[in-house]
Design a binder for this molecule. Structure first.
Ligand code: PMP
Length: 390
């Protein structure tokens, strides 16, 4: 029996870009010591106070079918947080709770794209973007950004692909680059959305992890609140990756449809998880700062090392848990660089090519091991690059 073309074609065929990652995992399974700088996951676990709230809620009986749109208090808390952080008035009716940001990305595209519609996304991109777009039956169309522009899309970059498209997916602070879009970029996105009648799906899952610059949501721009769906998550801000809790924020009419979609797909998020998320949000920015602090600290360590050499260049980044390093001066592709680094030094990083064509010749370094190991690994990467370039 044949499965659907939609599901068999989801990843677009070919390599999924995770070869280095899988090789590193195999080496670790064989007992080799590998420094893992591949995946975007904190080296701390969910705070015990959040787990206590989760346990309390479960033991207290919040284990039945939960409210499908999300429990009212959590929707209120997310709405208040968005209002406070962006100045855009947001209420419960603008929020649907989803099982993580990934489900929110899928739901948002489902809400605005019909079968065969072109949906834009910026390259380099977070690994699941094209597959998510294909998953709703739409056709992914890449907006290629340039390293000279710190991978920030310009109006012209977007306009080249915008005619006839339905939506554009943007992500700031960005994975894989760590770049925080500046005001000019966000204005360009808004202008393109208004001129070409595009929905904006704005992935803001790293909004609390900004070390330089300011997070500006496209939803705050003129004419954008009615055409923007913001994707949020507790995964990165509160080290709750395994809890699967996030949201879509958007116009109330769209949210009503998304609640309908949730009824027919996920049937909501477990009540005790929602209660834990509510507890975590009520802890305020202090907890978020604590979760983000290791990345800010390691970014500082990295900058010191990078400034002392001139072979590897840091893409000017201001947020998230990643550094994008330009290794083109070594003459190697990002893929060859990452593979050789793994073989010779047992350090695993992601090739830029794993995130599309725009970041060829780059590597993404996740700042997700403890400071000493991180600094040592980065020093080795830089020496390795210098040897290659010599
Ligand atoms: N968007 C981006 C840019 C991400 O990096 C991730 C996770 N790595 C997600 C969305 C999905 O996160 P989650 O489903 O855990 O909320």
């Amino acid at each position: 029996m044949q499965v659907s073309q939609r599901i068999s074609g989801l990843t677009g065929g070919g390599s999924d870009g995770w070869d280095v990652f899988y090789r590193a995992r195999d080496m670790i399974a064989r007992g080799e010591a590998v420094t893992e700088l591949t995946i975007g996951e904190h080296d701390i676990r969910t705070d015990p106070s959040i787990l206590a709230a989760m346990n309390g809620a479960a033991v207290g009986g919040h284990t039945g079918y939960a409210s499908v749109p999300g429990v009212a208090a959590l929707r209120d808390a997310v709405a208040t947080r968005l209002t406070e952080r962006t100045g855009v008035a947001t209420t419960r009716d603008n929020i649907v709770i989803t099982p993580g940001g990934q489900a929110a990305l899928f739901a948002a595209h489902m809400a605005v794209c019909d079968e065969g519609d072109a949906a834009l996304y910026c390259d380099p991109y977070y690994a699941t973007y094209p597959g998510t777009i294909r998953g709703v039956g739409a056709v992914p169309r890449a907006v290629i950004t340039r390293p000279e522009a710190a991978f920030q899309p310009t109006f012209t970059d977007i306009a080249k692909h915008a005619r006839g498209a339905r939506s554009i997916l943007v992500n700031t602070p960005n994975n894989p680059t760590g770049v925080v879009y500046d005001r000019a970029t966000v204005e360009a996105i808004a202008r393109a959305c208004c001129e070409y009648e595009l929905w904006c799906i704005s992935d803001e899952v790293y909004d609390t992890q900004v070390w330089e610059g300011t997070h500006i949501s496209p939803r705050t721009m003129d004419g954008m609140v009615e055409r923007t769906l913001v994707v949020g998550s507790m995964s990165k801000s509160h080290a709750m990756t395994g809890s699967r809790v996030g949201w879509v924020a958007g116009p109330a009419e769209v949210v009503a449809h998304l609640v309908n979609l949730a009824t027919h797909t996920t049937y909501g998020v477990p009540g005790y998880i929602q209660d834990a998320a509510l507890f975590a949000l009520n802890e305020g920015p202090e907890l978020e700062a604590r979760v983000g602090a290791p990345f800010e600290r390691r970014r500082g360590l990295a900058r010191g090392l990078l400034e002392a050499q001139n072979v590897v260049k840091l893409v000017p980044s201001g947020g998230a848990m990643y550094l994008m390093l330009d290794c083109r001066a070594t003459g190697l592709s990002g893929e060859d660089f990452a593979n050789q680094l793994l073989d010779t030094h047992r350090i695993a990083v992601m090739p830029g090519e794993s995130f599309g064509q725009a970041a060829a010749g780059h590597i993404r370094v996740a700042m997700t091991v403890e400071d000493g190991a991180f600094e040592a690994a980065l020093a080795t990467i830089l020496t390795f690059a210098q040897e290659l370039a010599a």
